[in-house]
Write a protein of this length. Structure first.
Length: 51
């Protein structure tokens, strides 16, 4: 339910900060890089797999 609520929101998810931090932590551990505003908008990258 927490993920559904986060995905359903427009902008910053309306979930508890600790839940949002946990989701971000899991995604980062899986190789997702969160990119701050850089003139082109916010976004995400995927790390290159280790060789």
């Amino acid at each position: 339910m927490t993920l559904r609520r986060a995905e359903a929101s427009d902008g910053r998810p309306s979930i508890l900060a600790n839940n949002l931090a946990a989701i971000r932590s899991v995604l980062e551990a899986a190789g997702v890089i969160f990119v701050d505003e850089n003139g082109e908008g916010q976004g995400v990258w995927l790390k290159k797999p280790a060789k």
